[in-house]
Design a binder for this molecule. Sequence first.
Ligand SMILES: *Cc1c(COP(=O)(O)O)cnc(C)c1O
Length: 403
Amino acid sequence: MTYSPKAKKVYADALAEKRAAGLYKDEYIITSPQGAWITVQFPEGALEKKVLNLCSNNYLGLSSHPDIVKAAHEGLDSRGYGMSSVRFICGTQDIHRDLERKMSEFLGTEDTILFGSCFDANGAVFEALLGEEDAIFSDQLVHASIIDGERLAKKVSRSIYPHSDMAELEKMLKESSARIKMIVTDGIFSMDGDMAKLDEIAALAEKYEAMVFVDDSHATGFIGKSGRGTHEYFNVMDKVDIITTTFGKALGGATGGCISGKKEMIAMLRQVGRPYLFSNALMPAVVTATKKVLETLTESTERRDKLADLAKFWRESLVTAGFDVKAGNTPIIPIMLYDAKLAQDFARELFEEGVYVRGFFYPVVAQGQARIRTQMSAGLEKTDLEKALVSFIKVGKKLNVLK
Ligand SMILES: *Cc1c(COP(=O)(O)O)cnc(C)c1O
């Protein structure tokens, strides 16, 4: 027993400090499947409450869709529960290869490699593909997993450009004499809901012979006219070299991720990508269900179109009501409140009204940039949003956010 009172106090004090600062994150307990309407206990064990969910990444409403659940069952029945192996030992089934091919087809790339999560994909990619003669040029607001992945690539030089500042990026590229230059960005930035300027990035990449890396976790499945992602939206599908993305958001929302791109890079990742070599293969049910999602999206753009309509409606409704909404054109719609406590109070009041959202504040967003982030889903209906708007206005007035 070496958990000394001194050690215990270190953690207890740190936690108490978080609570005192209003930065402690409590979890709400969901007792239903994921969806537009969920039942929630808060605090744990309290009477459950049915609420409208405006904060999931279930963009296409597929997380509990009967066709996807059925496809998962089929995977479970035909290929079993678990793989008990990494891919290269005895963890690669025919369906894993099928999903890799389907994903490449969907994204318009040469090949794809699966990972247990997009966090793992981003943890693998830089260390595997870049060395000490190479350089990364990374947007300031990229996802935490990219930052960690870049840190793992210790030998690679790294420059960070101010968010979407193309002039700064160009200056950095111009000055660099690296062997491989890689521009690294999220396709859609999760906290602000804005898009990377991928057309301009692609043009700079061409001019300075750089590669383009896009993490499209908040775009794959619903951005662009057939939902292929930000590279489709900006009409630069042939100019993006590497895409990482997740199956844990729009594509059914279970778990898993991938890296998709040029075949030599994918082959290299199979040889040396550490989370690929040392972490378990995806479970068959996730593989067959994700395949089914891609088939569904290839057949019809109905869900993606509905999502775009709802996002436009919700954004316009909030602006008309007088809320301070971050500009953008994605289903991520943040309402700026600037104060952490206000953001938390706002969320709590809305929960009482039957609308579930979360307040976001430092360190998830910058100091003084607290907000409520709402996210649209094709599982929602316009009537749900009309009802939610009444609650937002009521709470907005009560807390003096609206006049
Ligand atoms: C959610 C997210 C991830 C992590 O995806 P997981 O598959 O859940 O690990 C990585 N990058 C971005 C940009 C994300 O939004």
